[in-house]
Design a protein. Structure first.
Length: 380
């Protein structure tokens, strides 16, 4: 088995400090340190593909640049990296989204992955003209994915649903390959949508025991529909040559959290209707104390950032060990990030990935497999 690793494109800006925001809260001022220009994001993309990351997640929301447009431009400055484009089904018709995905595949040589984000914040959804409540948004997502998948199969689609209606919908050209669909959600209805429609279920970086419960839950739901899903996890990383160096970096980042900013972000996130966001907030409770919630799992990022709020912190070997722990639970894909994203990609790519490769848990996806005689164990 070879684990799959993805990186992150910070279209909300990048910095040597944490760029907060998300889930209905604006990006913090640190996002202006390195603006998300096509040139800078392309640097990150090229570094990621050279290091062996398969794809790069691009976020969605009012706090960042548009994911479709940005990745379309960055794709022209990279060669192999795929783009895990986050998008919200309620903002475009399913027929148009299926057509956009098909075009993206042809113009990039099949480098699109889709991260379906239903949207957990009604106040942010309303800013975009979407006035459905949370459960209805999930039901609409199910109808949306039903239409998109049938169109990708080359079928003509008629649907009169609870929230969506299409008549004689079809694509002139279907995508090749068909993009894989990624999706996350912790509420009961989110689990049902995942079980029916998606390829990869994503969870934020909770402690392993909680992740194991989620995997078991989704597996059972998917089995009822005769389906098998893959599982991925979304985490930040702070990995260094020694554990002391990594934790010193975590403390440096924590020291840069202005108390007023923390209070403002936490107040904004407290309004969230997202069950996943509620679970993230519960890991730290808004406090700077007790942030190591599992060995090498640090909840400090969540003090100023919505969504993914935990980081793997430690020496390269310690971070590799935590990855092995999650992999043993059934996690096959890791969607990672770090501040700043350019430099942290190299810390992880040059420090952790070789250790996993030496154990046969990972191989570079863009390089030919070495002959047996050329395989050299990693020297610690």
């Amino acid at each position: 088995m070879s684990l799959t690793f993805h990186w992150f494109l910070p279209t909300n800006g990048d910095s040597r400090h944490v760029v907060g925001g998300g889930h209905g809260t604006p990006a913090t001022a640190s996002g202006r340190d390195r603006p998300p220009t096509v040139a800078y994001l392309s640097q990150i993309a090229r570094a990621a593909e050279d290091l062996g990351f398969v794809g790069a997640l691009t976020p969605t929301g009012a706090w960042c640049e548009d994911a479709w447009l940005t990745t379309a431009m960055v794709s022209q400055h990279s060669e192999r990296l795929k783009f895990l484009v986050a998008f919200r089904p309620g903002f475009v018709s399913p027929t148009l989204a299926a057509q956009m995905a098909s075009t993206f595949q042809r113009q990039t040589g099949g480098r699109l992955l889709l991260n379906v984000v239903t949207g957990g914040e009604s106040h942010e959804q309303r800013a975009y003209g979407d006035f459905l409540d949370k459960d209805d948004r999930y039901r609409r997502t199910g109808e949306f994915l039903q239409v998109v998948r049938e169109l990708w199969e080359g079928r003509s689609v008629d649907l009169v649903g609870e929230h969506l209606r299409v008549e004689d919908a079809r694509l002139a050209r279907v995508p090749d390959p068909v993009p894989e669909v990624y999706f996350g959600g912790s509420s009961p209805i989110a689990g049902e949508i995942a079980a029916r429609h998606v390829d990869v279920y994503l969870t934020w970086g909770e402690p392993p025991a909680q992740v194991a419960e989620k995997i078991q839950w989704i597996r059972k739901l998917a089995a009822r529909h005769g389906r098998t899903l893959r599982f991925g996890i979304r985490l930040h990383v702070i990995t260094r040559d020694t554990s002391a160096q990594a934790w010193a970096e975590a403390e440096r980042l924590l020291a840069g959290f202005d108390p007023q900013t923390v209070a403002s972000v936490q107040a904004g996130l407290a309004r969230s209707e997202s069950e996943g966001q509620r679970r993230m907030l519960a890991l730290h409770g808004g406090s700077r104390d007790g942030l190591e919630i599992h060995p090498n799992l640090w909840a400090g990022i969540g003090l100023v950032r919505g969504g993914a709020g935990t980081a793997l912190v430690g020496s390269h070997e310690e971070v590799a060990e935590r990855i092995r722990e999650y992999a043993a639970l059934g996690i096959e894909e890791f969607v990672l990030s770090g501040y700043p994203h350019l430099e942290e990609a190299y810390w992880f790519g040059e420090g952790v990935l070789p250790r996993l490769a030496a154990e046969g848990l990972w191989r570079h996806p863009f390089l030919p497999e070495p002959a047996p005689s050329a395989q050299v164990p990693f020297a610690s």
